[in-house]
Design a protein around this ligand. Sequence first.
Ligand code: 5RP
Length: 270
Amino acid sequence: MDWGMKNRLARIIRPKTKRTVMLAVDHGYFLGPISKLEDPRATIAPLLPHADAIMLTRGVLRTSVDALSSTPVVLRVSGGNSIVGKDLSNEGITVAMRDAIRLNVAAVALSVYVGSEHEHQTLLNLAKLVDEGEEYGIPVLAVTAVGKELEKRDARYLSLSCRIAAELGAHFVKTYYCEDFEKVVKSCPVPLVIAGGPKLDTEFDALNIAHNAIERGAAGVDMGRNIWQSSNPIGMIKAIRAIVHENVSAKEAYKLLEKSKKPKELARSS
Ligand code: 5RP
């Protein structure tokens, strides 16, 4: 791997632990102003110092993140779809590599939709992006998207998607946690990070998923809703950090989260 590529990846996946806590706030590119991300700056600012990298679109980066921030940026460069449109898989590349470089990104991210109507198009998007990434030393994160079909998230399907993404040259892959997750990790030759998915019933459930994924070989998380839709987003990202970088159990992480709650939040959760 060339120096620039290696250096950028090392800014995201911490060399000391070989893991990362990425904060995902790119949801608006197809979901619009979803709950707790209506004002991106207000959501992002307090969490930014606690993230190893932030994943977002160029619009939110330019309007809602301080340019003096040193948190590495993973720029979403695919889109062209919406939650009310016909088909979520109908994505194209939405940002020129020149603009990504102008924004000093550490990596670019794009979704692939294996098994969907637009499988071919999204996989060729990935291949094209990898070609450009290799030319300029910019790592590519492939996101194995499932659209509205959340039931697709089993080890067989995710192994297929992750492996195809890696074969096409993705430098790291974002996927979902699932039963037999170690099989997905084993058959994917590049680092895997997991999304959290829609907000789970309890914060413990989200910590448990992060812990299980790490234990089964994930290189970290790229989590959004289960952090910033929590009643205690900073406590939540700190608890996730403890799991990812300090190998604490989900129970220990939950205790850390409880300790960090303000009296008002404690009253609400009891
Ligand atoms: C959307 C994405 C999101 O960044 C991803 O789903 C992570 O966020 P969450 O933890 O909320 O699922 O890539 O396609």
